[in-house]
Design a protein around this ligand. Structure first.
Ligand SMILES: Cc1cc2nc3c(=O)[nH]c(=O)nc-3n(C[C@H](O)[C@H](O)[C@H](O)COP(=O)(O)OP(=O)(O)OC[C@H]3O[C@@H](n4cnc5c(N)ncnc54)[C@H](O)[C@@H]3O)c2cc1C
Length: 382
């Protein structure tokens, strides 16, 4: 609605690279991946070779050393294409930055090049069967034994979980529970004895995404696996809080791009589809609905873009990120619902992009902190 001023020509060139790669290497297989609930490992490595993973990680660790607007471009293009099984945003924009910002030198040198190459798939395990919103209530525990920690517990709804080679696991450390002060992030390799994975969960949408449950039964890890080393003990909650604002922006970016793509395909559809001898687009109801959606998307995009400028400057506040996540994910639910309605019965058929957008976008109001938790965060600034 208003021209976007966020991107430079380099970002737009990069957008073309992303589009081409997604069209050639991702979308032809996506339906097959949806049926079996996980993507090929090969596409991770291809993306690594193309320099599409860990964009913001410094070049010395195998990344591009790019700003977060490059991540924004890639996330927008994946979303618009409907490549909802691809877990690169969690891997490149959440897991890798944890490693980059809080890891020891040895941890960075060991993990970041593999993450950037796509030879190691990363995940982050916070949520447990008994608790999600209340992170301080996690039960997964790491108890000291000599030079190691022994981890017991489980995590649920973990994005990239089935394919993961390494998970950053939020644990309570020690026998005594000091609430948030006990939370510690520990790097757990998937081939450690006692680490097991369930099959990908059967979800309402995001069918190609290998979201799954992870189990830890007496998993022994060296103390050097604590993210940030000894200094990271008891600092996990603070680390999580520092990164969550950007995580929430990722969801806002996805929500805006989903809504825009759904509106674009709906406009094409209603111009072609005829009812009572005229295109569906000719009805006043259709035009008004399209106008409302265009307005909502435009208003949301302006706020999200302003937040993204602040991301780049390192100035984004917790409440602005929470507001962007909450408003855009609520907005996309309204938009995709109307888009399905304007498609009639075809909107309920998964071969139509709006139907997939409808089921894929629902989780945006839940993950990254539910929208109710976003309201809690915003209300703290009043
Ligand atoms: C597709 C998908 C992918 C995910 N990926 C990951 C991942 O990679 N890693 C990970 O760790 N987690 C992941 N999650 C988990 C997600 O972050 C949690 O589901 C979410 O934080 C909510 O936790 P919960 O499911 O335990 O719900 P609960 O916390 O049990 O909440 C249930 C309801 O109670 C409400 N509620 C809770 N507390 C309050 C409160 N204080 N005030 C008002 N209402 C409240 C909630 O808003 C919600 O409506 C994923 C989830 C999904 C669906």
């Amino acid at each position: 609605m208003l021209p976007r001023t966020l991107f430079a020509s380099e970002h737009e060139d990069f957008r073309e690279t992303c589009r081409r790669f997604i069209a050639e290497s991702v979308m032809p297989k996506h339906e097959e991946w949806e049926a079996r609930q996980y993507v090929d490992r090969e596409v991770w490595q291809q993306a690594g070779e193309m320099g599409l993973l860990c964009l913001t990680i410094p070049e010395e660790y195998g990344g591009l050393g790019a700003d977060r607007l490059y991540s924004t471009v890639l996330i927008e293009e994946l979303t618009k294409a409907g490549a909802s099984g691809i877990g690169w945003p969690v891997h490149s924009d959440i897991v890798a930055p944890y490693m980059q910002n809080y890891g020891t030198q040895a941890q960075k040198q060991h993990w970041l090049p593999q993450l950037a190459a796509g030879t190691c798939i990363g995940s982050i395990g916070m949520t447990e069967p008994g608790t999600g919103s209340d992170l301080q209530a996690i039960k997964t525990r790491a108890v000291e034994e000599g030079d190691d920690y022994i981890i017991n517990g489980s995590k649920i709804f973990i994005t990239n979980g089935y394919l993961t080679d390494m998970c950053i696991v939020a644990c309570k450390i020690g026998e005594e529970d000091k609430g948030a002060g006990s939370v510690t992030l520990i790097i757990v390799e998937a081939d450690r004895e006692g680490f097991s994975k369930a099959k990908p969960l059967k979800k309402v949408g995001l069918h190609a995404q290998d979201t799954c449950e992870l189990f830890f039964k007496d998993v022994r890890v060296p103390k050097s696996n604590v993210l940030g080393g000894e200094a990271g003990i008891g600092k996990g909650f603070t680390m999580l809080m520092m990164e969550l604002a950007w995580e929430r922006m990722i969801i806002a970016i996805m929500a805006q791009a989903t809504a825009q793509a759904a509106l674009d395909s709906t406009i094409d559809y209603v111009k072609q589809r005829k009812a009572f001898g005229k295109p569906v687009a000719a009805f006043q109801n259709t035009r008004f609905k399209l106008a409302e959606m265009k307005t909502e998307i435009g208003v949301g995009q302006s706020f999200v873009d302003e937040c993204l400028k602040r991301v780049v400057d390192g100035q984004l506040s917790v409440e602005a990120a929470a507001a962007a996540k909450m408003w855009s994910s609520d907005m996309v639910s309204r938009v995709v619902d109307e888009c399905v309605q304007l498609h009639g019965g075809y909107g309920y058929m998964l071969e139509y992009p709006v139907a997939k957008a409808y089921i894929d976008s629902r989780a945006m109001r839940i993950f990254g902190g539910t929208n109710e938790i976003m309201k809690e965060l915003i209300s703290r600034s009043l």
